[in-house]
Design a protein around this ligand. Sequence first.
Ligand SMILES: Nc1ncnc2c1ncn2[C@@H]1O[C@H](COP(=O)(O)OP(=O)(O)OP(=O)(O)O)[C@@H](O)[C@H]1O
Ligand SMILES: N[C@@H](CCO)C(=O)O
Length: 318
Amino acid sequence: MAVYTELNDSDFKSLLVDYDLGQLAKYKGIEGGIENTNYFVTLKSGDKEDEYVLTLFEELSYEELPYFIELNQWLSERDIPVPYAIKDRNGIGLKKVKNRPAALQPRFYGDHVGQTELTPEHCASIGKVLGEFHVAAEDFYLKRQAHRGVFWWRRESELIAPQLPEADAAMLKEEVIRFDQLRENPGDIKSGTIHGDLFHDNVLFQGTQISAVLDLYNAATAFLLYDLAIVANDWCCNPDGSIDADREQGLLKAYAQARPFTKDESAAWPILTCTAAMRFWLSRLIPWLDENSEQKLKDPDELKRILIYRRENPGKLP
Ligand SMILES: Nc1ncnc2c1ncn2[C@@H]1O[C@H](COP(=O)(O)OP(=O)(O)OP(=O)(O)O)[C@@H](O)[C@H]1O
Ligand SMILES: N[C@@H](CCO)C(=O)O
C-alpha cells in the first residue's frame, strides 16, 4: 500500500517534456513508504542511463511544499546528501502529476541498515551528518512550525487520553507539560531547522558511511537537540526499549564535533529524549486506535518502552 497513486507511461512522459533529461526507459513503484508515493525512474540519453526518484506528495499541499523544496535545495548546495527537486527548463522544481504535487529528484545509491545491525560506527556517522545538517541550515531563511509538534501533541494527547489506560494517559500528559515548561525557559538551548523524522530507515549507507538522508517532510523550526533525541531513541535502542550506551556515545560525540552542545542543552537532554519518544508513541497510537485507518501500523509499544526507559534512566550528554 505504498504506491497510493498509480502512474502510467503517459503520466511520466507528460512530466518529462518539461525537462531535458532524456527519454523514459522504465519506472518502478517503491514499496515501503508511508506518506508519499515514490517511483524509481530510468531515463535514457544517447547511450547513457540515469536514475531518478519521482515523489508524489500525498499529504502535504502545494502551499506547504515550498518550504521543503527550498530546504532540500539549500542543504544539497551545502553538501548535505539530501535529494532535491530538479528544476525544469523554466526553473520550476515543484511540479504537478495526476493532480498531485510532485518532485523529480536524483536517485541516491546505498543500502538501508536494519535496526539491530546498527553499530557505534553507524551512529557516529549519523551524528556527524546531523551536526553538519544543523550547521548548514543555520541561516536557512524560511521557518516552519512542525505539523506534529507542540500544538499537535497538546491537542492529540487530550483527544486520545480517554482511549488509553490511566497510567499511559498520565505519562503522556506529563511529557506534554514537561516540554511546555522547558519551552517557557529555554535558556541557551539552540533552535534551528530540524529533520524531524531521522529514523534509520530514512538513511542510506555505503558501508558505515552515509550516502543519503531522505524524507525531510517533517522538517521544521525547533530545538536542534530534540532532533538529536529522535535519532538517539531510534538508532541506539535495544528491543526492550533500553538504550545502548556505546551507540549513544558514538552518536553524541560525533554530533558535538560538528556542533558543540550549549550549557542548558545538558540539562534539557533527559527531557527532550522523553519528548521525542512521546511524539512518536503518539503518532503511532493514533492510527493504531483508529480502526478505519489505512496507514501501515508501526508498533506504538516500541516507543512506549523507550519512553519508560528514558524516564527511569535520564541520559547525559558527553
Ligand atoms: N532520492 C532517493 N534515492 C534513492 N532511494 C530513495 C530516494 N527517495 C526515496 N527512496 C527510497 O524510497 C523509500 C521511501 O521514501 P520516503 O522515505 O521518502 O517515503 P515516505 O513515504 O515518506 O516513507 P516513510 O514515511 O515510511 O519514511 C526510501 O526509504 C528509499 O528506500
Ligand atoms: N518514523 C516514523 C514514521 C514516519 O513518520 C515512525 O517510526 O513512527
